[in-house]
Design a binder for this molecule. Structure first.
Ligand code: ZN
Length: 284
């Protein structure tokens, strides 16, 4: 069984080697669901993790996270909601770019893909990229590395259109090519679950390196609660999902970076990972 699993892992790795972009140049169908096909397998078992932060910018917490990243010289990708960018939060956006971080789109607002018609979805996501291009320009940067993350990881949930095909159309309309990489995650820190402490959130990153008790969540009634489960086969590498709007994530980010740097783990920016490398020259 163990040999079979190792072979399966190696075959999967092989299938993905040479992968130079998501989405692929093909039509996506309803079979294309879930996060599994889009995980950063090239860095599994390598002790390499890439930090990503969703749902900001937040006027104070994002700034605190930027302070932590600067202190330890780690670069991240921020998936922002463009409705949160305005004259008062723009300095945070400029600072992200000045300090070498990437900015991706998480939409204008935090829409669930399943709730929107194709034209509604396209208008909104397209708008978010147009706005990001404008903010980049205002900060003095060309917008050349384009990433999108589906809120709730919700895509491929409509019978009348597939969000990934729509994303490719948006990219072609804006830049003439399939340039927008979609990025999921390998490590869900559950930092948004009520009652999570910084130590809990840091723990959830650490156990994905060395195994242990992962503080997962489950739905009880209308709310989510902590639901610890043993994680026996940690990926020991992957893209980490955090939220820069969550208070515990500030200290958790510092705790995990300290853990990683003490063990010489690698914390590259996502575009240094094979699956998320930028191979085309696109500008918006
Ligand atoms: Zn989100």
């Amino acid at each position: 069984m163990k040999i079979f699993l190792v072979m399966l892992f190696l075959l999967t790795l092989k299938a993905f080697s040479g992968q130079d972009q998501y989405p692929e140049e093909r039509e996506y169908s309803r079979a294309d669901r879930g996060l599994r096909p889009y995980q950063a397998l090239s860095i599994y078992k390598t002790g390499t993790f890439a930090l990503t932060f969703d749902d900001g910018p937040h006027p104070t917490r994002t700034v605190q996270i930027l302070d932590v990243l600067k202190k330890y010289q780690v670069k991240a990708l921020f998936f922002v909601l463009t409705s949160k960018i305005n004259e008062s939060t723009f300095p945070i956006i400029k600072r992200m770019l000045d300090e070498g971080h990437l900015i991706g789109s998480h939409g204008v607002t935090h829409d669930r893909g399943a709730d929107l018609t194709e034209s509604e979805w396209k208008v909104r996501v397209k708008q978010s990229f147009i706005e990001l291009a404008q903010w980049h320009k205002k900060a003095g940067y060309e917008y050349k590395k384009h990433y999108y993350r589906f809120p709730f990881g919700d895509y491929g949930t409509r019978s009348d259109y597939h969000h990934i095909n729509a994303l490719k159309e948006i990219s072609r309309e804006l830049m003439g090519e399939n340039c927008i990489h979609m990025a999921f995650w390998d490590v869900d820190t559950a930092d948004w679950v009520p009652g999570m402490t910084s130590e809990d959130v840091a723990n959830n990153m650490i156990v994905h390196n060395e195994g242990g008790l992962f503080i997962d969540f489950k739905k009880v009634g209308n709310t989510y609660v902590k639901n610890p489960i043993p994680l026996k086969n940690p990926p020991s590498g992957g893209v980490i999902l955090l939220h820069d709007i969550q208070e515990p994530s500030v200290k958790a980010t510092e705790l995990f970076i300290q853990y990683a740097q003490n063990r010489s783990l690698q914390l590259p920016r996502i575009d240094d990972i094979e699956e998320f490398r930028i191979t085309k020259s696109c500008s918006l």
